[in-house]
Design a protein around this ligand. Structure first.
Ligand SMILES: NC(=O)c1ccc[n+]([C@@H]2O[C@H](COP(=O)([O-])OP(=O)(O)OC[C@H]3O[C@@H](n4cnc5c(N)ncnc54)[C@H](O)[C@@H]3O)[C@@H](O)[C@H]2O)c1
Length: 715
């Protein structure tokens, strides 16, 4: 005779809501009707006794939640893993359940004390797939998934719960016979939703809406083709009927007040999987790594960011060791164990932590893995994408620094050279046969100290506003400090690159920027077609986009001015030629040509004309930008989102970035790209340039240092 399924239940004699440990309990303390609860529990037991053998554990008068036996532990193949409750209120249940399991001859294995685990509330066997679905986020820790998969010999698919109402997995997911699965997807984060969709074919996946979910339709007991639950809408009942299931509803609303229903009130004792057929992959599921961080971990915000990154990826962390630097100048050290729900998440997390300078203890002595490029311009699938930070790769046991650092590149290693070299290349520049760094092993990044720390340690007395965004009232002070930096760069013949949009001209900033070029404060100018067109329009016709720059009023026919300007420059063959011919006598581009300051104008789909100087081949334009920012000490990004972001993407760490824009979102985006040396200023760019040029250029005392060629040789 076939053995009947077995369930563990605990009589509801002492059930009540006495404390609040989930949102359902809020407002329900002492509001349970004991009579109704007892009747509802008995009705459920009677139904289940028709389907299974129901075994009982004696209730405890001090433990009102003991009625929810699903949280006693998880049982598979006769082995039980008892729970380790997250909340102190439920921990006294642990020895009582463990004792019951031992007395009933289950093989008991304990999880480590520091791992939270709430039994079959968070771990559900999917018989059809020979897998466990494992929830985390509220009651069960991610590390426990790894342990229980190892102990039970079955792979656990980790799902992150994000809605506190669905604090246990069995409140929002229920595997059924024949590979069917009911779930409420909004209770999970997006990657977990994706994991469910990857494993459960659409014709087996029964997604429910919020109205069914809050009635605990997922908290169902499935035995064979029968499903016992508190309540389900007609639509859900029909879908389950179509899938061949009979739904039996029994009111359990008194238990809903504590956040539980049919499934929570039961624990399956007889479930089993064929471990050989389950094909357990010990490398699958949760991944763990030990990571070391060193530097100004607290005041530089590095520790915060590392922990946030881990949590944002759906991972979890445990700080194993933390040694706080004794004063501002000394460094702190942290050893952290991070866990990720799956290998691909750990890979992403490793990349993020690398950008904070993290060292991965387990793979610290590994060489970088290299893959061959098979097709020009196409990297091996697992290629490592670079950040803005100086990066070393380990080749034959030696660390070598990659040259031409920039973000979103790949690292090409030349092992044929006597001394191996590493260089950042764009995807499009890869050649068949190139050796590219893949994976995450053998890579380390050197994250520079935040400016504020160097300032504190006396190295840079004027560092300020690391990655901050200033508001209007702080502009004056910010300009003073930027001017101070620019003067120092100027004095040591450093390089300042300006990225500018046409708003510079519209806001009256062109004259000021032109003065800065003339005074030698600009070593390269980057922009698009428009900055040049409008600057020259102003120089020649006194208007910018047809608006009289002095009176601020539109000029009749002015909307055609820029076309006339474009035509004129095209007629001369280019801006430099027009300057030489005397067709342009002032403005930013005029000063650049005179001073030999190189400029690059990158084309865009919006461009009129364009000017002959505008580079419409985007690869060439990017290469030219990259060439001009090489060796830059500072980049001033003035009111051009497009060109500023383009420039930011190719700038390595260590270059001071100053971003000026009227839109805080643009400033934040640019100032917050991971560089510790960026300053954002939310203000009108015309006003900014006016103040900056006043700080730097006194009339009549203008330096003639310029970018390259002798200016006068042009004229
Ligand atoms: N006629 C033309 O050929 C023409 C005209 C316009 C733009 N374009 C081209 O389109 C592309 C994008 O142009 P873009 O860089 O001007 O646009 P963009 O949208 O990339 O950037 C403009 C930025 O200026 C900011 N801004 C607006 N008013 C400001 C103020 N008073 N002070 C400070 N910041 C202010 C905005 O917030 C925005 O971030 C460029 O390649 C440009 O050359 C061509």
């Amino acid at each position: 005779m076939e053995q009947r399924p077995a369930l563990l239940m605990c009589p509801a004699d002492f059930f009540s809501v006495r404390y609040v440990i989930n949102p359902w309990m809020e407002g329900n303390v002492s509001r349970v009707s004991q009579t109704d609860a007892l009747r509802q529990w008995r009705d459920l037991r009677d139904i289940l006794e028709g389907l299974a053998e129901v075994r009982l554990i004696e209730p405890d008068p001090n433990l009102p939640d003991m009625v929810f036996t699903a949280n006693a532990g998880v049982v598979l193949n006769g082995r039980v893993l008892p729970s380790r409750f997250a909340h102190g209120e439920r921990r006294p249940e642990e020895p009582l359940f463990r004792d019951w399991f031992e007395r009933h001859h289950f093989e008991v294995s304990m999880l480590p004390e520091d791992q939270q685990f709430e039994g079959a509330g968070d771990v559900l066997l999917d018989c059809g797939r020979a897998r466990l679905w494992a929830g985390y986020g509220f009651r069960t820790s991610l590390e426990a998934h790894r342990t229980l998969a190892d102990l039970l010999g079955v792979e656990a698919i980790s799902l992150r719960l994000i809605d506190p109402r669905f604090y246990h997995l069995d409140t929002c997911l229920c595997p059924l016979e024949d590979g069917f699965l009911i779930h409420y997807s909004a209770a999970f984060d997006f990657p977990s939703q994706q994991r469910i969709r990857d494993l459960v074919p659409p014709d087996r996946l029964i997604s429910i809406g919020e109205s069914d979910a809050v009635e605990f339709a997922c908290n169902a007991v499935n035995i064979g083709r029968k499903i016992v639950l508190h309540s389900a809408s007609d639509g859900l009942k029909q879908r389950l009927a179509d899938a061949g299931f009979e739904v039996i509803t029994t009111p359990l609303n008194e238990f809903l007040k504590a956040g539980g229903a049919a499934k929570c009130l039961t624990l399956r004792l007889d479930e089993s999987v064929d471990l050989a057929a389950a094909g357990f992959d010990p490398e699958g599921g949760v991944r763990q790594e030990t990571v070391e961080l060193e530097g100004h971990l607290l005041d530089g915000g590095i520790l915060d960011r590392a922990l946030d990154m881990t949590a944002d990826c759906g991972g979890s962390f445990k700080v194993l060791d933390f040694e706080l630097g004794r004063d501002h100048a000394s460094r702190s050290r942290a050893t952290i164990q991070v866990a990720a729900p799956a290998a691909e998440v750990m890979r992403e997390l490793r990349g993020l932590l690398l950008s904070l300078g993290a060292r991965f203890v387990d793979s610290a002595d590994e060489d970088a893995r290299l893959g061959r490029v098979e097709t020009d311009g196409v990297a091996p699938e697992d290629f490592y994408g670079t950040t803005i930070y100086p990066t070393d790769v380990r080749v034959d046991g030696h660390w070598i620094r990659a040259s031409h650092q920039r973000m979103d590149a790949v690292i090409v290693v030349d092992t044929d050279a006597k001394l191996p070299t590493a260089e950042c290349h764009l995807l499009r520049d890869l050649k068949k046969g190139d050796c590219v760094v893949t994976g995450m092993a053998g890579i380390r990044t050197a994250v520079p100290e935040p400016e504020s720390n160097r300032a504190k340690s006396g190295a840079d007395a004027f560092a300020f506003m690391s990655a901050g965004v200033s508001s209007e009232r702080r502009v004056e002070g910010a300009v003073e400090k930027i001017a101070w930096d620019m003067r120092r760069i100027h004095e040591r013949s450093g390089r300042i690159v300006v990225v500018a949009g046409p708003v510079v001209v519209h806001t009256g900033g062109a004259t000021h920027l032109a003065r800065l070029v003339r005074a030698g404060y600009v070593q390269a100018l980057l922009g698009g077609n428009a900055i040049a067109v409008h600057d020259i329009e102003q120089a020649i016709m006194g208007t910018s986009l047809g608006v009289d720059c002095l009176r601020g009023l539109p000029v009749r026919g002015g909307h055609r001015h820029h076309l006339r300007v474009i035509n004129l420059i095209r007629c001369h063959g280019g801006i430099a030629a027009a300057v030489q011919a005397g067709a342009i006598n002032s403005g930013i581009l005029y000063e650049c040509v005179r001073a030999g300051v190189p400029y690059s104008l990158a084309g865009s789909i919006r461009d009129d004309g364009p000017l002959p100087d505008t580079e419409t081949d985007m690869n060439r334009a990017q290469n030219e930008y990259a060439r001009l920012i090489e060796g830059a000490d500072m980049i001033l990004m003035l009111s051009s989102m497009l060109h500023s972001i383009g420039t930011g993407n190719m700038t390595p760490a260590g270059v001071k970035l100053v971003c000026v824009d009227i839109n805080p979102a643009v400033v934040t985006k640019l100032a917050d790209r991971g560089s510790l040396e960026s300053t954002g200023i939310v203000t009108d760019v015309g006003l900014f340039l006016d103040r900056l040029s006043r700080q730097l250029v006194s009339d009549g005392i203008e330096s003639r240092r310029a970018g390259g060629k002798n200016a006068d040789s042009f004229l």
